[in-house]
Ligand binder design. Structure first.
Ligand code: HEM
Length: 332
């Protein structure tokens, strides 16, 4: 286990009082680029918040795996996520979080997700078929819709079209709402009767209705359908079930959409890598559809994806990570 003295950690010089607020808000990628050259562990400030930037893979692994149980889910992002995600795996802490892990974790193993390979491929093929050659598309939007369909199929074992439009709209709104809250210098409490909060409550109510609809549809499906079926059989309290479904749908599509978008953007910027990847894929698949069993034969693809999420991690800020920081530097 690594312990670094906090006196040995440099602080990136920023503006008085505001620190790096302006860059965090308007030039976040550039700020992280600067931080990445400032050392393996660096402090920076965003208004009143002091943030520990970890830039070393082994320290990041240690923080997430060894100090994960010390995670306190608090802070700004959580405040803004809670109206949508409730107390699911991503927003709960302590014993509540541990018991949710025991109930949900075993049903999200790579093996259970791997069984869904064929439906993931078919959903991808359907979406890509809609892209016209030479046309301009909003790739991030297309991939967000695709990954939402994929996580839906993974959870329910089938594509459920009912309520899907409401879900997509609610997630877009959730993202804007959380980003707005995180970017504000002085965020106003979600309870205040402001127009943005009132709109959030209306969208959250529609989101709730869509989740209820999906849960009742899921109960009619065969017991061996998707990853949700064994979770449904555990008789979890209805509110918790709703929160976990919202969390899995959210956590399971934003991340993968971001990873895929950055990967394709990077491949576009690095044609030689794209060429090598195409050679590997053509050689292994010979124009047939990919299966989960092919993945070990595609090591270059694996490296491309890992490099892409190393350069542009879909989850780059852990809120309420004081426990991680204490684990790494002993004390704050
Ligand atoms: C490239 C893809 C992904 C990346 C980079 C990623 C990254 C992460 C990270 C860093 C965390 C820890 C965040 C925190 O504790 O605040 C996390 C948590 C979580 N992720 Fe993912 N994730 C990905 C895909 C997925 C998918 C596909 C699912 C859905 C099945 C998922 C479900 C979750 C859940 C439920 C949690 C909370 C786990 C817990 O605290 O017990 N993630 N993810």
């Amino acid at each position: 286990m690594t312990t670094i003295s906090r006196h040995d950690i440099p602080t990136l010089t920023g503006a008085p009082l505001l620190g790096h607020f302006a860059a965090f808000r308007a030039r976040r990628l550039a700020l992280f680029e600067t931080l990445s050259h400032a050392g393996d562990v660096v402090w920076f400030w965003v208004g009143p918040y002091r943030i520990l930037f970890l830039n070393d893979p082994s320290l990041i692994r240690e923080a997430l795996s060894q100090h994960g149980s010390r995670l306190e889910r608090m802070g700004r992002t959580n405040t803004y996520l809670r109206p949508f995600l409730g107390e699911g795996l991503l927003t709960s802490s302590g014993e509540t979080h541990r018991s949710e892990r025991r109930a949900i974790g075993p049903h999200l193993s790579p093996v259970s997700i791997g069984r869904l390979g064929a439906s993931i491929v078919s959903l991808t093929e359907q979406r890509v078929r809609g892209w016209e050659h030479g046309a301009t598309i909003d790739l991030a939007q297309e991939l967000t819709t695709l990954t939402l369909e994929v996580i839906g199929a993974a959870l329910f074992g089938t594509t459920l079209s009912a309520a899907w439009g409401t879900l997509c709209a609610a997630f877009t709104h959730l993202e804007e709402y959380v980003t707005g809250g995180v970017n504000a210098l002085l965020p106003l409490p979600p309870e205040w009767p402001l127009p943005a909060n009132q709109r959030m409550r209306r969208v959250a109510a529609e989101f709730d209705r869509a989740l209820t609809e999906l849960l009742s549809a899921a109960r009619q499906l065969p017991p061996d359908s998707g990853a949700l079926a064994p979770i449904l059989q555990q008789q979890l309290p209805p509110q918790l079930l709703r929160d976990e479904l919202a969390t899995l749908l959210f956590a399971g599509h934003e991340t993968t959409a971001s990873a895929l978008t950055w990967t394709l953007a990077l491949l576009d910027q690095h044609p030689a890598i794209a060429h090598e990847l195409r050679l590997e894929v053509d050689q292994v698949l010979r124009r047939r559809a990919v299966t989960v069993a092919d993945l070990p034969s595609l090591p270059f693809l694996d490296r491309v994806l890992k490099e892409s999420i190393r350069l542009y991690p879909p989850v780059y800020v852990i809120v309420g990570g004081n426990g991680f920081s204490q684990g790494i530097i002993g004390a704050l």
